[in-house]
Structure formats: C-alpha cells, structure tokens
Design a protein around this ligand. Structure first.
Ligand code: PEP
Ligand code: MG
Length: 575
C-alpha cells in the first residue's frame, strides 16, 4: 500500500500507465564515414514517424478543439519537412561526421537562437514550435517512447514523476480516471486543478514510479490516501463498498446545497467557488455555490500557442457572466509564472520562479496583456456582476498604478460608447506577507481583500508549496500565518470593507470554526467542497468560535493551535 498527499477525493479502479519519458542524451562522438548512410536513414525514418504522429495529433485536436487550433499542427508538419532544414542536417552528418541526433540538435538550436534574437512575438512563437518538433524528432531518433496525454486510448490511472498545470489541463477525463505523482504538494496548481476537474489524485508520493509497473491493476483511493497494487478480490470488494458509501454521503450533502451557511446564532458566511473556466462555473451551481470567489483567468492563457485576444477573453468572461446571472464574480487578472508557464511567452530562466516574474508583475511589464485583459473584463461587466482582483500585490504603488490604468481604460471605453459597470469594485489578493503587513493602508485603496493562503503560507514560511520534500514545514496553522490573517480581517473591517479566503484553507473542515471566529466574511473553494463546509458552518456557534479564535491567537506553537482546535471540534461535534 502506498500513500502520499491526497488532493482530490474519489475512489477509482484501473490499470496503471507509467508516464515516464527518458531524458534525451546526445552522443557527441563522431561516426566513421562507413556509417554516414545509416545515420541519414535514421534521421529520415524518425522524421517520417514524427510526421505520422503529428498527423494523428492534428486529427484528435480537430475533434476536441476545432479546425483553427488543429491547423497549428499543419504548420508543425511543414516545419518538420522543410527542405532547407533537411539539407543542413544531412550536410552535418556527411561532412562533419555527426550522429543523426547531434546534427538535428545542432541545427534546431541554431534556428531557435536566430529566431530568439529577433524581437517579434510571431517569430518567438515559431521558435517554440521548432523546439517542440526538434524534441519529437530527437526522441524518435533515439527510440524514446512519446506519450501524448491527449491521445490515450484506454481507461488508465496515470503514474508519473510530476504533471505541470498545462499537462493537467490537457488530460482527457474519459481516459485518465485518476493520477498519482512522485512530486507535488496539496496547494500546487496541478492539485488545485485536479480538484476542480474532480479527478481522484494523490501527489507527493516520492517514489511511486519505482513501485508501480505499467499495466499493474490499481485501486486509487484518495479519500483515505491509499493506492493498492494488484489487490485480491476481497480488497476490491471492500473498496467498491467504500466507494458506494462515499457517493451516498456526497449525495446527502448535495441535497442540502441550497441551505445558506449560517451559524447556529445567526452569523452568515458567504460561500463561493474557485473556478478556472466556463465548465467550472456550471459545476459551481450543482454544489450550491453562492458566487464566484476566485476566477483564475490564467487557465485561458494556458495549453495554447498564443495569447488570447481581448475579444476572445471578453467572450469567455461574458459566457461565465451569463451562467452566473445575478451572482458576484471575482475575476482575478492573469497569474502566470511560478509553476504556471506559458510556452509561447519566453519566460526568463529563473532560479526562484515563485519569487520571480509572476502574476501582477508580468501584467505590469506587458501593458498589452494588462490592457487587453482589463478591457475584456470591463466590457464583460456590462453583462454580469464582476469585481476585479489583482494577484501577488506587495505595495501601495502597485495598486495605485493599476487604479490609474483602469481609469485610462474606462475613459477609452467611454469615448467609444462601450458599456461597462462604472462602479466595478476592486480588490487585492493578500498572498504575500508584505500585503498583509500593509493591509491597513491597502484597505483604504480597495473594496475587498481575498486571502490566498496557499501563497501566503509559502511566502511567510519560505516553504515552496509544491515541494513534497518539505511539506511537513508547510503549516498554515503556524501562529505567524494566523497573526497575519487576523491582522488583515481587522484592517478591512476598520475601513468597512470585507475579507474572504480563497486559498485551500477555506475548504479545510478542521479549521472552519477558527476562521469564522476570527471574523472572516466569505470563503471560496473548489465547488465539490461547498456542501461539506456549509454543513459544518450550520453546526457552529459564532460566540463560541470567537472565544476559540481568541484563545488560539494566544498560542505560540502549531501543536498548541491544533490541539485547541481539535478539542473544540470534538466538544462541538463538528466533524
Ligand atoms: C492562493 O495563493 O492561495 C491562491 C488562491 O492563489 P493560487 O492558488 O492561484 O496561487
Ligand atoms: Mg496565489
């Protein structure tokens, strides 16, 4: 039995697919002149194989995303079969006696270098295509198996070292029924996406790719954090029964979805959903969400080859607005960087990407991105109740700058007589210690705060949220974090503003009483958690929760904090 960090609940049964790509290793030793023909053949054969693979991907892409996106792969085929490229590669094999893989790597790298020197977005995108094609060609020359997550034919449980958020976005849910990874943490973006896709997943296992073989039959139970390899019949029966019980409980909870989250003594907490796209907005209704507390717009920017235009963004935001009629939608500007890269944007290689060019920093440095997105949101605000939120704020200067820019955009729209919500509210995410510490001043600048506890924890404790190696240190119940949360809530209330939480803490059953006692106004989470959290809130006494919070805030260690909360939850029979 194997366990790790359970990130998205469910129980599934199926065969393992080990997604383990070997590293490309280039042999730079020269060949003898007798081998020239063999190396040329190797290159041409691999090129043909690559061409056929891309053709197949094109067919699948056409089915899933339509003709326009599929045409990208037509371009890939043209690049792959380019005559100049072929000549140069064969020349290196014949005249410099390089192995096929070394010749390909050299030519591809030369092409990339020359394109990257030119300051042109289109050509930069082309360099990414070339890298993609080059890697495919190299893998085929070296006979390295290529697995395309989009193109898996049978139902499987995916076992792999790590999944990036954009790979997770490509998962075909009909075929990949669960996944388990060596790396990853509870609040990494891949885990958050797994939860919103409702795909059972366990991450941070450390060595699962060593323990499981391709084709092993698995039970993946991410409710109890267990993976069982090749179980006997009685084990399968037992887990099938567990699955039934879980579904029954879920059904019962969902039936309570329309009750409001009100404590026994009348304090109302607003409960919202974190979404990444239109499909998530539909799901939010199924689970009784009252509003959208966090719309992570970066997912619209991922898994594609170019920036979405203002019009495309407008259409996407408008469709969410139409789904959420009358309900608030807190839309966050693109939070790219950290673990969410855009292949087409040429991100710098950074030693510490989470401390680097991420979120609002990218938007501020790319005015076209900031303007397109804010314009699209403002235009969509004529169709729904949007509030704009900025990620990773660290200073008053940033928010003042953003407010100025919004005014400029509003003026442009007014001139063009384009409708938008004149009173659209602005808020910031509190996810850096800096923003929490200056919350007193920030509260005068904005209408609301939403605490991103995933990042606030990682930045306050200096513990990478996706690193399973130090996951023990990732303690949101650290008195340091609780101190900051309380400070932020107080700062907002002093200015008659409100504070919510949209990090994963908002859906942690154990700590709801504490958050309510601290005075939190709203909680936003993956929709699937909403019924459970509402149910707990309805059992809480606000007066008692306030006393709990007061006592917890006097404690100096995580252990004492957790003990007090545990005792409270038991006494009040909350869980
Ligand atoms: C957070 O940091 O808590 C948050 C909600 O933002 P994200 O998880 O998208 O970084
Ligand atoms: Mg964050």
């Amino acid at each position: 039995m194997i366990s790790g960090i359970s990130v998205s609940p469910g129980i599934v049964f199926g065969k393992a697919l080990l997604f383990k790509e070997k590293k490309i290793k280039i042999n730079k030793n020269k060949i003898s002149s007798q081998n020239i023909k063999t190396e040329i053949k190797k290159f041409l054969k691999a090129r043909k194989k690559s061409k056929n693979q891309i053709k197949e991907i094109k067919i699948q892409a056409k089915k899933k995303f339509g003709k326009e996106k599929a045409s990208i792969f037509e371009g890939h085929i043209l690049l792959l079969t380019d005559e100049e490229l072929e000549k140069e590669i064969i020349n290196l094999i014949e005249n410099k006696l390089l192995r096929a893989e070394y010749a390909v790597e050299k030519i591809i790298q030369e092409q990339i270098n020359s394109l990257e020197e030119i300051k042109d977005e289109y050509l930069k995108n082309r360099s990414i295509d070339i890298r993609d094609i080059g890697n495919r060609l190299l893998k085929n020359i070296l006979n390295i198996k290529i697995i395309d997550l989009n193109n898996i034919k049978k139902k499987i449980i995916l076992i792999t070292n790590d999944l990036t958020p954009s790979q997770t976005a490509q998962i075909n849910l009909k075929k990949i029924i669960g996944f388990a990874t060596n790396l990853g943490g509870k609040t990494s973006h891949t885990s958050i996406m797994a939860k919103s896709l409702e795909i059972p997943a366990i991450v941070g296992i450390g060595n699962i790719t060593k323990k499981i073989k391709n084709g092993d039959f698995l039970i993946l139970d991410s409710i109890h954090n267990k993976i069982i390899i090749n179980p006997n019949k009685s084990k399968i029966k037992k887990f099938k029964n567990e699955k039934k019980i879980y579904h029954k409980q879920q059904k019962k909870l969902i039936s309570l979805k329309n009750l409001s989250a009100i404590t026994k003594d009348g304090r109302i907490i607003k409960i919202g959903s974190n979404i990444g796209n239109y499909e998530d907005a539909i799901k939010s209704k199924k689970y009784g969400s009252e509003f959208i507390g966090l719309y992570r717009t970066e997912f619209l920017f991922m898994g594609r080859n170019n920036l979405p235009s203002e019009e495309e963004q407008f259409q996407a935001y408008k469709s969410v607005a139409k789904k959420m009629i009358g309900k608030n939608i807190i839309i966050r500007t693109m939070d790219i960087g950290g673990d969410k890269n855009l292949s087409y944007m040429n991100f710098p290689k950074e030693e510490n990407p989470f401390l680097g060019w991420r979120a609002i920093r990218v938007s501020i440095d790319n005015k076209n991105i900031l303007y397109d997105q804010l314009k699209a949101i403002l235009r969509a605000s004529a169709f729904g109740k949007f509030k704009i939120m900025f990620p990773m704020i660290i200073s008053i200067e940033e928010i003042q700058y953003l407010k100025q820019e919004i005014e400029k955009i509003k003026n442009k729209l007014r001139k063009k007589k384009i409708n938008f919500d004149e009173n659209i509210q602005l808020g910031v995410m509190i996810e850096t210690p800096a923003s929490a510490i200056i919350s007193k001043y920030l509260a005068k600048e904005v209408d609301f705060f939403s605490i991103g506890t995933n990042d606030l924890t990682q930045y306050t404790l200096a513990v990478d949220r996706g690193n399973d190696f130090i996951s023990k240190l990732y303690q949101t119940m650290s008195p340091s974090i609780l101190y900051l949360i309380k400070k932020v809530i107080n700062s907002s209330h002093k200015e008659k503003k409100w504070t919510g939480i949209c990090g994963e803490l908002a859906s942690n059953k154990k700590y709801i009483s504490l958050l309510i006692g601290m005075g939190i106004d709203e909680l936003s989470m993956s929709s699937i958690s909403i019924p459970t959290i509402k149910n707990i809130i309805r059992k809480i006494s606000f007066i008692k929760a306030k006393k709990l919070a007061k006592n917890v805030l006097k404690k100096s260690t995580v252990k004492e904090v957790k003990q007090l909360i545990k005792k409270f939850n038991e006494k009040e029979n909350l869980l």
